[in-house]
Ligand binder design. Structure first.
Ligand code: KIV
Length: 263
């Protein structure tokens, strides 16, 4: 049965973990879906991982829509979540609802994700009011990298209280789940225990209701940098490079194509 927002809430109630990975194309989405993830996030990490931009700020609505359509075609069971790109929701509530609606209408995804807590609560309320499920994203917010001066750990010292307020605000605004990025484990635990909606951690320790990672980090395909919270489960980049080197060798030596691969 296809995963929905209710599945996420039921999983939290039953104490079962929620697993989400990113995908930006059909074949990756199909692979993740067949492996059994609960959700597929078309993250704005698309900008850096698949499009080679220097940060997530450069990716457009059009590019996000183009890739999400491909992901939706590959996902049969997993819930597809569209990451709202920079400036698609910050400017006004009206623009936020229109862009979230456009994402759902044009791609066939199930939900949207946006960064921000207290300051984005009004938009979350309006988008969910239009019938569009919203996953919030607090703690480290990569779209605000210039405001905070980097990708450092959030929620230490007086920031802790602010993040607790953000968590409360997004739940009250109607978010069905909240991503907690790069915050101390004990803060993530406190948030997870105080909310009825599931928390999805990335660099937020083991006490969250679920975990999300960038697929290309997990399998060693994206190696430009590696945050501490990334665990590599495979080295697919190395395996692919080795296969390509072998192909080059065989073409040069005339070993490929052989009889078996010719007509
Ligand atoms: O863009 C992204 O990939 C994200 C993370 C939460 C994985 O927002």
């Amino acid at each position: 049965m296809a995963t929905t927002v209710s599945t996420f809430l039921e999983k939290k109630k039953r104490g079962e973990k929620i697993v989400i990975l990113t995908a930006y194309d059909y074949i990756t989405a199909k692979l993740l879906d067949e492996a059994g993830v609960d959700g597929i996030l078309v993250g704005d990490s698309l900008a850096m991982v698949a499009l080679g931009y220097p940060s997530t700020l450069q990716v457009s609505m059009e590019e996000m829509i183009h890739h999400t359509k491909a992901v939706v075609r590959g996902a049969k069971e997993a819930m597809v979540i569209f990451d709202m790109p920079f400036l698609s929701y910050q400017v006004s509530t009206e623009r936020a609802v229109l862009n979230a609606g456009r994402a759902l209408k044009e791609t066939g995804c199930c939900a949207v994700k946006l960064e921000g807590g207290v300051e984005q609560a009004e938009k979350i309320k309006a988008i969910t009011g239009a019938g569009i499920p919203v996953m919030a994203h607090i703690g480290l917010q990569p779209q605000s990298v210039n405001l905070y001066g980097g990708y450092r750990l959030r929620g230490k010292g007086e920031e802790r209280e602010r993040i607790l307020e953000d968590a409360k605000a997004v739940e009250e605004a109607g978010a069905f789940a909240v991503v907690l990025e790069k915050i101390p484990s004990d803060l993530a635990k406190e948030i997870t225990e105080s909310l009825t909606i599931p928390t999805i951690g990335i660099g937020a320790g083991p006490y969250c209701d679920g975990q999300v990672l960038v697929f290309h980090d997990l399998v060693g395909l994206f190696t430009d940098f590696k945050p501490k919270f990334v665990k590599r489960y495979a080295q697919l980049g190395e395996i692919a490079k080795e296969a390509v080197r072998e192909f080059i060798k065989e073409v040069n030596s005339g070993k490929f194509p052989d009889k078996e691969h010719s007509y």
